[in-house]
Design a protein around this ligand. Structure first.
Ligand code: FMN
Length: 378
């Protein structure tokens, strides 16, 4: 492109308000013919990434792929209403993956066909959940300690669905039986078209740090795209992982609850754009929008519960956030929640203290933090 052409393009983009054209440092990637652009995935989180949360996050921008919460194949194939609800998605989410979990090949195949039928772009298999209830029935990370059964499941699933089949795995079942590399090779051989690794073992739960070197090893060992998951909470963290591992995509879970704009910010940095910094008003609007989305989707009581859950993460590090969380914790109606949000943001905007936040010894009362898939399935 000539200098004049470039200047014209930049001028046109400035006039239309579009961000200046630039080549991203980290390119999009493809799962078969589906482009994941930006190469950033909202990591599946049971009890969190339902249709309302994904809508909210998608509106914040920067997400290339959304994934459902993990859905029980037992529930789906026995017409459990909760499992069916968990498959709902918005058209604007596409590409969208349905993640299923289970240990029985027939049930897995039936559920896979259902996911394809409702229009999911991708079918993802959960091979990582550490919850005893899931593992006991051979699902989640239970599949990592029974690789022959995993192979049968993957080969049968491959016959059942025509959409891309992907898996999300952990490093291994126990710290002394790390087999992610072996599982990744096997999965590729079975026709799996994307591998996401959360580099902790089932034994580790959520303790310690995720092992991203395993992501690098898998990326070097297979031809299908590979993404990494675990502990990415900043722009720098994301680029560090990309550079260290050469992985295609990055999944972000808990970091997105604390900062729903993290994907957009990474995408901005990736394109050399000024990084979006939410204002206080953006933060207030986000909480209100989430509450609206929740109430459209569920009865008041669970909506209030979900709202408190996000607020618990989202207000970490905000001025007076601790008092705000406590105030929300004590709110039991929609009106109370809305009043507390208004009060809090008005106080902060006007530079006033929120309910005596100077009191360093105050108690931080919040909903119990939902920090794993175990909590969601009870
Ligand atoms: C509350 C919660 C629920 C989760 N549920 C799922 C799930 O349903 N499916 C799945 O593959 N991983 C699940 N995970 C794991 C995350 O997708 C992710 O791999 C892990 O939290 C590490 O990434 P992070 O540090 O970005 O959160 C869950 C994690 C949390 C905290």
């Amino acid at each position: 492109m000539s200098t004049i052409e470039t200047a014209v393009l930049l001028e046109r983009e400035a006039a239309t308000g579009n961000p200046p054209h630039s080549t991203p440092k980290i390119p999009p990637f493809k799962i078969r013919n589906i482009t994941i652009d930006p190469p950033l995935v909202l990591s599946p989180m049971a009890g969190v990434t339902d249709v309302a949360f994904r809508a909210l996050l998608k509106r914040c921008g920067g997400i290339g792929l959304t994934v459902s919460e993990f859905i029980s194949v037992e529930g789906l194939t026995r017409s459990n209403p909760k499992s069916k609800r968990q498959m709902r998605f918005h058209e604007y989410e596409r590409p969208f993956a349905v993640q299923i979990f289970g240990g029985q090949v027939e049930r897995m195949c039936m559920a896979a066909a259902m996911a394809q039928e409702i229009g999911a772009d991708i079918l993802d298999i959960n091979c990582g959940c550490p919850a005893p209830k899931v593992v006991k029935h051979g699902g989640g990370s239970g599949l990592l300690r029974d690789v022959p059964r995993l192979e049968i499941i993957l080969r049968e699933l491959r016959k059942v669905v025509t959409i891309p089949l992907t898996i999300k795995i952990r490093a291994g079942f126990t710290d002394s039986t790390i087999n992610a590399l072996e599982v990744a090779r096997l999965a590729e051989d079975c026709g799996v078209e994307h591998i996401a690794l959360h580099g902790r073992t089932k034994e580790q739960g959520y303790r310690g740090l995720a092992n991203w070197d395993l992501v690098r090893q898998i990326k070097e060992a297979v031809k299908v795209p590979v993404s990494g998951s675990g502990d990415v909470t900043s722009i720098e963290g994301a680029f560090e992982k990309w550079h260290e591992t050469g992985c295609d995509g990055i999944l972000i879970g808990r970091g997105a609850m604390q900062n729903p704009w993290i994907f957009r910010q990474i995408d901005d940095a990736n394109h050399g754009r000024e990084v979006f910094q939410p204002t206080l008003e953006d933060k207030r609007a986000l909480l209100l929008e989430y509450f609206d989305l929740l109430r459209e989707d569920m009865p008041e009581l669970p909506a209030i519960g979900r709202m408190k859950q996000l607020a618990g993460h989202f207000t970490k590090g905000l001025l007076g956030g601790s008092r705000f969380r406590t105030a929300l914790y004590h709110s039991h109606t929609v009106a109370e929640i809305l009043t507390r949000i208004d009060e809090y943001f008005d106080h902060v905007r006007e530079g006033r203290m929120y309910m005596g936040e100077e009191d360093a010894a105050m108690e931080d009362m919040t909903e119990p933090v939902l920090d794993s898939c175990e909590a969601a399935i009870g």
